[in-house]
Design a protein around this ligand. Structure first.
Ligand code: GLP
Length: 243
């Protein structure tokens, strides 16, 4: 696993955007695996700038997202479909018909069937990831058992607590989500994790250590042949990775 230490959030965004830009230029018709959260927002902004100002072309790119809250309409401003439109798709020349975010409303079993069918026929060139304070990947929450395919998860209280900042109150945060499974993530050709924000020290420390722990799903990244983690210098110092 390659660790890139970035000076700050903006530098992390640029370094991560460089990696995605290379993938897009080398494979202009590929599928990107995308993620939500505050960590990749800067990278999405930078990619939008490069699309507008430097001709980075997304017109034939496809995408599939990691996860979606159960119970939120795609028009809800905290749904991950809304997030992707608002932070990336509306600012680049991607064809939205080629972007897939699992459905959060309707019949969960049918939505998961569709999500798994999409994943089964998709080769993800690179999967963007963030990490939850409890080490979750996508919404694969820590536990004795992790799952291969797309499935429904009950969110940990720490996840609801961490994500409540985006909602009017904690009660409004959905308690369930559908997410790619660990197998779906691990089958991507490359993984790119951006770690920003606070409360990430414990999970990041475990990720950097030489241990694979289902109680910190992010550590499974270590098993991947082509995994890169971009972390901010302040966090790298906090966990003792650098002086
Ligand atoms: C949510 C998403 C995760 C993301 C995490 C971290 O829980 N489901 O995929 O990694 O948030 O978000 P942030 O980058 O805002 O800390």
């Amino acid at each position: 696993m390659k660790v890139i230490v970035a000076k700050d959030y903006d530098d992390a965004a640029k370094k991560a955007a460089d990696i995605i830009e290379k993938v897009v230029r080398d494979n202009p018709t590929c599928t990107l695996g995308l993620a939500t959260g505050s960590s990749p927002v800067g990278m999405y902004k930078e990619l939008a700038r490069r699309c507008k100002e430097e001709g980075l072309d997304f017109s034939k790119i496809h995408s599939v997202n990691l996860d979606e809250y159960v119970g939120l309409e795609p028009t809800h401003d905290q749904s991950y479909r809304y997030f992707m439109n608002d932070n990336l798709f509306d600012h680049i020349n991607i064809d939205k018909a080629n972007t897939y975010v699992a459905k959060g409303v309707g019949d969960v079993a049918a939505n998961l069937k569709e999500f798994n069918e999409v994943l089964d026929k998709t080769d993800i060139e690179i999967q963007v990831l963030g990490v939850g304070p409890d080490g979750h990947l996508g919404f694969n929450e820590p536990g004795d058992t992790l799952y291969d395919g797309a499935h429904e998860e009950t969110l940990e209280d720490s996840t609801i607590e961490a994500n409540k900042r985006f909602f009017a109150s904690k009660e409004e945060v959905p308690t369930h989500a559908v997410t790619m499974g660990m197998g779906n993530i691990m089958r991507a050709k490359a993984l790119l994790m951006i770690i920003g924000g606070n409360k990430k020290a414990a999970a990041t420390k475990l990720l950097i250590e030489d241990k694979i722990d289902p109680h910190c799903p992010a550590t499974f990244m270590r098993l991947h042949r082509d995994a890169t983690v971009v972390i901010e210098e302040s966090l790298a110092k906090e966990i003792g990775y650098i002086q």
